[in-house]
Write a protein that binds this ligand. Structure first.
Ligand SMILES: Cc1cc2nc3c(=O)[nH]c(=O)nc-3n(C[C@H](O)[C@H](O)[C@H](O)COP(=O)(O)OP(=O)(O)OC[C@H]3O[C@@H](n4cnc5c(N)ncnc54)[C@H](O)[C@@H]3O)c2cc1C
Length: 506
């Protein structure tokens, strides 16, 4: 009889479940977005015994639906939130150092117009210089000022009437879902046990916490014991048992159009009153976003609605009047929820993007708010506090935080499979995602591992091919393959007749 294939994805999943259940963990992280991934990596690197469960795929939530920017936030500078901007500015540079494949310096051109009292050129000129200084004086590139003519040269097609000039400054561009996956790969290398499609259902305190989880793939439940439990569930955080988080969810959508319809070399900042929106160059495409509106209802169902899409098109058409973008130009969309700490009084775009780490009960940790850019710092602060609580009697010692210094992954582990623009369409890449990156469903590959769904105009045909490859690699029957395709096509209709919405799940 042939020896069992211990390296098959299914066998590895079983091994992970065994490791999660056989003995109590030091820390169990709930939620496989960027915050949970960062905490798992940090804790595992310090020598803690770590587990992480994610109810859907890793990066299913907000962490695959952002604007993909690593930024201090020029907007927050305008609001005088220097501390917040400084913190995020330092972090964007750290991510650039530890994950250069996922942190590209990205120039922004911010044009200003006569009569616009919200965004005044001389104030922006001072603002971008302060912005550079807040990165310890060395931003990812030096900010400059542009005259009207220079602005029009750099941004052909930009609305000229009333244009006064622009500032040009730098932030970073990333791939949000890839940042999650690569952070998790790094965590796994340090010994963390990571399980997607596994939902926390209940948790009970005791000498150790006992967490009842449901394996969504096999529809079976089991218990995981841990000395500390971290609620890192982003927009879901106030729904977990024992959570004391109070959130205000605001929704933001993005749309993708062909570069042939709207080409920008640098990101162009477009304003709507105090709000700022972006036209971001992304390989052969341009990303337009985002909106910021209050969201009621389940975080499981978030899609870009036609009025929101039309709003983005209108803003872009105002700034690029010759382009006349139409709904038919939209290749794809995504929609996400900002898990902001509740302040019922503020307007959505005014609410602070700062984070909070709280332990309302011994061993239970709520980590909420923040942004993609500051995930590493959130993780460091959380693990510092957990380590302190676990070592009060001096019996155990853990290493110091090293996440700001050690590369996420060696270059050889990311070449051809992880970058800001989608990887080449190949069976090799799909095999890698299934064998080394926990991809189980078609959408896991098409959306979160590759962004092929968002990027390619023939995504449905590509999905059919990927389903064939995944069937071979994961051993799907014909019926399973057909079901995967059916589910994918239902959740992500082809562009053209209907706009392709972002993923949702019930
Ligand atoms: C439109 C938009 C644009 C943004 N742009 C930027 C930007 O450009 N730069 C930036 O820095 N930040 C940006 N952000 C903010 C940033 O994306 C978020 O702060 C960050 O992704 C939140 O990560 P998270 O891990 O807290 O949440 P999530 O990524 O949502 O992860 C939480 C996870 O928990 C899982 N979960 C929930 N309940 C359970 C359970 N019971 N059991 C197991 N798992 C569970 C969910 O499935 C989910 O995957 C943006 C946000 C939005 C909405």
């Amino acid at each position: 009889m042939a020896a069992p294939d211990t390296s098959s994805p299914a066998n590895r999943r079983e091994q992970t479940i065994r490791a999660l259940t056989e003995a109590p963990l030091d820390v169990l992280v709930i939620g496989g977005g960027i915050v949970g991934a960062g905490i798992a990596r940090d804790a595992a690197m310090r020598g803690l015994k770590v587990g992480l469960v994610e109810q859907h795929d890793f990066a299913f939530g907000t962490s695959s639906r952002s604007s993909r920017l690593l930024h201090g936030g020029l907007r927050y500078l305008a609001q005088g939130r220097i501390g917040l901007v400084h913190e995020a500015s330092v972090e964007k540079k750290i991510i650039h150092q530890i994950a250069p494949h996922l942190a590209q310096p990205l120039p922004f051109i911010f044009p200003t117009y006569r009569g616009n009292k919200d965004w005044v050129l001389w104030q922006l000129k001072i603002g971008v210089k302060i912005y550079d200084l807040l990165c310890h004086g060395r931003n990812l590139g030096r900010s400059t000022w542009l005259s009207t003519n220079e602005t029009l040269e750099k941004v052909p097609g930009l609305a000229a009437p009333g244009l006064k000039g622009a500032v040009r400054y730098y932030d970073g561009f990333t791939n949000d879902a890839r940042l999650v996956i690569d952070t998790l790969r790094s965590a796994a290398k340090s010994g963390a046990h990571l399980l997607n499609y596994c939902r926390l259902q209940d948790s009970a305190p005791g000498p150790d916490w006992t967490c009842a989880v449901m394996d969504q793939q096999a529809t079976r439940s089991f218990a995981i014991r841990a000395r500390a439990v971290v609620n890192a569930t982003g927009p879901w955080a106030d729904g977990l048992p024992h959570s004391r988080v109070k959130l205000r969810l605001t929704k933001g959508i993005h749309i993708v159009v062909d570069r042939a319809r709207l080409a920008v070399a640098d990101t162009v900042v477009m304003t709507e009153g105090k709000r700022i929106l972006f036209a971001i160059p992304w390989g052969e495409r341009t990303i337009l976003g985002t909106t910021d509106t209050d969201h009621e209802g389940s975080p499981n169902r978030v899609t870009a609605e036609p009025p929101e899409i039309r709003y983005l098109l209108e803003v872009a058409n105002r700034f690029f009047p010759g382009v006349a973008l139409r709904e038919e130009d939209v290749i794809s969309t995504w929609a996400g929820l900002r898990p902001l700490i509740a302040d019922p009084k503020g307007r959505p775009s005014d609410i602070s993007r700062s984070h909070e780490i709280r332990s309302p009960e011994a061993g239970w940790w709520d980590v909420s708010g923040g942004k993609l850019t500051t995930y590493r710092l959130m993780a460091e602060q959380t693990v510092d506090r957990i380590v302190k609580s676990l070592t009060t009697n001096g019996a155990r010692r853990f290493q110091n935080c090293r996440t700001a210094d050690e590369p996420l992954l060696p270059i050889v582990d990311t070449a051809g499979v992880s970058a800001i623009v989608p990887p080449e369409f190949s069976r090799f890449a799909v095999e890698h995602y299934c064998r080394a990156e926990w991809a189980w469903q078609l959408a896991d590959v098409m959306l979160r591992r590759t962004s092929w769904h968002y990027y390619f105009t023939d995504a449905p045909e590509k999905a059919e091919q990927v389903a064939g490859w995944m069937a071979e690699i994961l051993g799907w029957s014909n019926a399973e393959r057909a079901r995967e395709l059916e589910q994918y096509n239902a959740a992500h209709p082809a562009s053209g007749s209907t706009l392709r919405p972002a993923e949702s799940s019930s």
